[in-house]
Design a protein around this ligand. Structure first.
Ligand SMILES: [Zn+2]
Length: 213
């Protein structure tokens, strides 16, 4: 999806959400409000569907470049997940996919960033010196206070506290080639939500709704 289309879809999502919240706030208990809420939601969904870029549903293949010989391989999406360990490059016959026990070395952050985050970061980086200024400011002020807040108000996941989550987190950090693994703090909640914070000592904050333990 092109960046413009993503931004457009996000704008519509934001507008639609606001309209739904507005509608539900107006007369939240009346049937009229519920109907208005449903209509607004449907209107938003229709609009979103219309503006969603056309997807070629007939195509069930993707092209994957071999990391050894850069040969182009056509991957059948409907069956590839049953043969990840045996799929070979057609040219050099090396494995196309990494073993799931191996770390994803040199993983570029753009591979997992939200496209809007990437756009925002690129815009910020255009300001001369902003990188150093922000890092210094965050390190000397917000980072320390934020870490102290989490230490005092959340549960630190360690080998002795929630060891199942700790091991799972270490496995994920290893897979993402994060050395050392950041600290993990959790809070009891059924909702799934997480964020990361920090410059010198980044940590992950997570609600337990993200975890099965
Ligand atoms: Zn190859």
């Amino acid at each position: 999806m092109a960046n413009e289309q993503i931004l457009l879809a996000m704008k519509e999502l934001s507008n639609g959400t606001r309209q739904i919240v507005d509608a539900s706030n107006q007369v939240s208990t009346s049937a009229g409000a519920m109907r208005q809420l449903a209509e607004t939601f449907q209107e938003f969904m229709n609009k979103f569907e219309l503006e969603r870029p056309a997807v070629n549903t007939m195509s069930n293949t993707r092209i994957l470049d071999c990391r050894f010989c850069q040969g182009r391989n056509k991957i059948p999406l409907d069956s590839i997940f049953q043969s990840l360990h045996t799929a070979k490059c057609g040219r050099c016959h090396e494995n196309l996919f990494l073993d799931e026990t191996k770390p994803l070395l040199n993983l570029a952050s753009k591979m997992y960033e939200h496209p809007s985050d990437t756009l925002t970061l690129e815009s910020i980086k255009k300001i001369p010196g902003i990188d150093t200024i922000l890092k210094t400011l965050l390190k000397e002020s917000y980072e320390r206070a934020n870490r102290l807040y989490h230490k005092a108000n959340t549960v630190a996941v360690t080998p002795r506290q929630l060891p199942c989550i700790y091991q799972c987190f270490l496995d994920a950090a290893f897979r993402l080639d994060l050395k050392p693994a950041p600290d993990l703090f959790v809070v009891q909640s059924p909702l799934p939500n997480s964020y990361t914070s920090g410059v010198e000592q980044p940590f992950v904050w997570s609600l337990l709704g993200c975890w099965s333990y």
